[in-house]
Design a protein around this ligand. Sequence first.
Ligand SMILES: Nc1ncnc2c1ncn2[C@@H]1O[C@H](COP(=O)(O)O)[C@@H](OP(=O)(O)O)[C@H]1O
Ligand SMILES: [Mg+2]
Ligand SMILES: [Mg+2]
Ligand SMILES: [Mg+2]
Length: 401
Amino acid sequence: MATNILLTPAPLSRILRFDIYSSSNLRKLRPKSPIFLTITTARASVRAAASTMSYDEELAAAKKACSLAARLCQKVQKALLQSDVQSKSDKSPVTVADYGSQAVVSYVLEKELPSRPFSLVAEEDSTDLRKGGGEDTLQRITKLVNETLASEGMNNKSPLSDEDILASIDSGKSVGGSVGRHWVLDPIDGTKGFLRGDQYAIALGLLDEGKVVLGVLACPNLPLQPLSGQGQQTFPQKVGCLFFAKEGAGTYMQSLDGSPPTQVHVSATENPEEASFFESFEAAHSLHDLTSLIAKKLGVKAPPVRIDSQAKYGALSRGDGAIYMRFPHKGYHEKIWDHAAGCIVVTEAGGIVTDAAGNPLDFSKGRFLDLDTGIIVTNQKLMPTLLKAVQESLKEKASAL
Ligand SMILES: Nc1ncnc2c1ncn2[C@@H]1O[C@H](COP(=O)(O)O)[C@@H](OP(=O)(O)O)[C@H]1O
Ligand SMILES: [Mg+2]
Ligand SMILES: [Mg+2]
Ligand SMILES: [Mg+2]
């Protein structure tokens, strides 16, 4: 009996439900027979299409949210008044832009994806804003957020109140984890760079069942052209990059003002001597002496390119440099929002991100990464050599203590 397989142009959801051939019937077919291969291939492609398509709406919402948050941050950075800087209980700086960016991203995601359950793991919360003396800062944030949303024609009929802003900021209290979907947001990664007028990033990732499945990095001060040495700009260039990546679909970059996206790939450098490496601008965030020992062992000639934030992941994903190393001082716990978006932006561009023992980063364990010693990032060809140099250098450092 000829089995005519009707692949009617039904909506994907119906095709998925209407199994072309139930698995039990499939088992009755002779494996490798033409009909068996046709059906299994069709099922696989429908599933693959469904899985990448299932994040399209989320990616569009994430790009819109990060681009709007970037607009708010650029405005604040331009007119950075001292009153906009506070320090949190952990003594790290936070600005009205950090809070404003978090409120914008959370508001836009909820607005653009109304039918989706909403869970957000984000860096900031409203504790300090609710304390006495926080009122005028809160009013500045509310005004900034409403102006930013109105510039996109969003909610200008009913501006958000101070309470709405506090609620939006506090929607980021989820602990994430290995079940379900969770957005992971660093509203300004590289606040110190932001305050210095240097690099910073709005970093938004999506966790699904503990895995990062999409990531967006808005880097308002990153030049569209490749970074020259030392990461500083040699002459005024067009700046403002938006990187985005979705599981299995590659990494793309476009200008923040919306040029057509181009696909990017990590550097193909195989010879460490030709490689350059990124590291934190802040010596307090990464052991510069250790990274220079590793670089020497590798024979890297170029000096380190030290820039703030996950802009490093973005620059590496498009091949500006071949290696990124991060070795926090003892006792520091890396947070998932400092790496989720950057990690998928690099891996979907053909790179590898591991801890110092070569394990992939595990984002499923809550708000922190439990990793071994540090984070190393490079392309497939250089990773074995880098890992070896890292482990030898860590041993040497340990025996020198
Ligand atoms: N002692 C430390 N060691 C490592 N990272 C640290 C640190 N103190 C702060 N950080 C993190 O480093 C991030 C900036 O990364 P980079 O060093 O690549 O610029 C900061 O993000 P925020 O600016 O969002 O707070 C902060 O989370
Ligand atoms: Mg911070
Ligand atoms: Mg950060
Ligand atoms: Mg931050």
